[in-house]
Design a protein around this ligand. Structure first.
Ligand code: UDX
Length: 423
């Protein structure tokens, strides 16, 4: 927003985050973000004092989390907290823009909620403006977005959002608030479905002797299908697909409808995440006392985010089996270590069996290992050559959840190699 000429103040309740950002440090790992913060320093402010900011704002974008609740529904309590703070502090007409992913109908409720708590005699309208950026490519996805969706129920709100996005020079799709809210879920769930479909087909490919990489390539040339998001693998993770599929399924159930396609995507993904672990269990008598190399901990490359990462499903299973894990991730190890500490003094609860160590290179993880699991497609992991597995591991047995290697090259290098959807 600042890069496109607006004056922006970022508000958060987390003082640590705000202090870091005031010093030009991004609290998350995201390519090009710090540089953008630096270039636009003069148009950017950071504060925990929301009152001073809300009272004079022309527009307030809400981007707080809507985490999944145990029943699959979205937790809207953070949205409600912010909406109430806005209602109690605004001193001039303003537009509240909901960027957080919220169930259809939430914008209507937010508007009513703000009306109910409004202190001053001002006009506050609410608009929906869902976010489509992916982690790791957030800056590019924002500045070069395929489209901007705005959902409004008044000309005034539509004009304000149009004016805010005009300097971006991107296609704008203007619809009703409910349609905008639905576009976000429908788009995310479609992508999740696409991945689960490819994973389903990949599993069948293995059984019938086809190769999913060739199949995907052949499919991708058809522009009706498109070549993106056809990568079979260890299942989708992250902060969006797992949560948004469950939230839409919940919304459908609430309205007495069964969303069978999305349900199927969720089912396939749950199984896919531990597919390689199950395969390894069939191949090995036990993991007890084995040195297991885990390459990649984050849910995808380019981020330090662990949310719903396949590693979180697999590492506890391996530990419970007594594995001696040596984990490597170029960026995500510190976050992972907080959940799975290395030494007993850091642990609140002892692992019943097994142990975990964090190392600084893929080679160090592989050194003397009996088996290797690849969970993330980091460049640093792709740089490991097939012959390195044979040279470094005690027994070169590799389970690759990202289809990084050519099957024949691995075989020729003497590696026993299992991947997704390929013999
Ligand atoms: C996603 C959407 O892409 C984005 O538009 C939305 O705003 C938020 O959710 P993100 O979760 O950051 O973004 O990452 P994405 O690149 O979409 O990957 C999600 C998961 O799917 C990852 O675990 C990734 O490894 C997996 N994936 C992706 C596949 O398994 N195969 C693919 O072909 C693509």
């Amino acid at each position: 927003m600042a890069h496109r000429g607006h004056n922006v103040t970022c508000v958060d309740i987390d003082e640590k985050k705000i202090t870091m950002m005031q010093q030009g440090i991004s609290p998350i790992y995201e390519q090009d973000l710090e540089e953008l913060m630096y270039i636009n320093e003069e148009k950017l402010g950071y504060t925990t004092d929301y009152k001073s900011v809300y009272k004079n704002a022309d527009a307030i974008f809400i981007g707080v989390g809507t985490p999944e609740q145990p029943d699959g529904s979205a937790n809207l309590s953070y949205i409600a907290t912010v909406a109430r703070q806005i209602a109690e502090t605004v001193e001039k007409d303003c537009l509240v823009v909901v960027k957080s992913t919220v169930p259809v109908g939430t914008n209507d409720k937010v508007e009513q909620f703000i009306q109910d708590f409004l202190v001053n005699d001002v006009n506050v309208q609410v608009a929906s403006n869902p976010e489509f950026l992916a982690q790791g490519t957030a800056v590019r996805d924002t500045l070069e977005a395929a489209r901007i969706i705005i959902g409004t129920n008044s000309i005034k709100a539509e004009n304000t959002l149009m004016a805010i996005y005009e300097p971006f020079g991107l296609p704008i799709v203007s619809v009703s608030r409910r349609s905008a809210e639905m576009i976000k879920y429908a788009a995310n769930d479609f992508l999740a479905l696409k991945i689960s479909y490819m994973n389903d087909i990949a599993n069948l490919c293995e059984l019938v002797g086809a190769d999913i990489e060739d199949v995907a390539r052949g499919m991708g040339f058809d522009s009706r299908i498109g070549s993106k998001f056809l990568n079979a693998g260890i299942g989708y993770g992250g902060s969006c697909f797992p949560k948004d599929t469950k939230a839409l399924d919940y919304l459908a159930t609430l309205h007495g409808y069964e969303l069978r396609t999305v349900k199927a995507a969720i089912d396939v993904n749950n199984d896919q995440k531990i597919l390689l672990y199950k395969k390894a269990c069939q191949r090995l008598i036990t993991f007890n006392g084995l040195k297991v190399a885990v390459l990649g901990l984050t849910f995808k490359s380019g981020t330090d985010d662990l949310r719903e990462a396949p590693s979180l499903d697999n590492v506890p299973l391996l530990l419970a089996q007594g594995a001696d894990i040596y984990a490597y991730d170029p960026i995500g190890s510190e976050n992972f270590r907080r959940r799975f500490p290395e030494t007993s003094s850091e642990r609140e609860v002892e692992y019943s069996k097994g142990s975990i160590h964090y190392v600084r290179s893929a080679e160090a993880a592989l050194d003397g290992a009996n088996v290797c699991f690849i969970f993330t497609e980091w460049g640093e992991i792709k740089a490991v050559m097939p012959e390195d597995y044979n040279r470094l591991m005690r027994t070169p047995l590799v389970y690759d959840g990202r289809n990084i290697y050519d099957v024949n090259e691995m075989r020729e290098s003497g590696v026993e190699y299992y991947s997704i959807g390929r013999k």
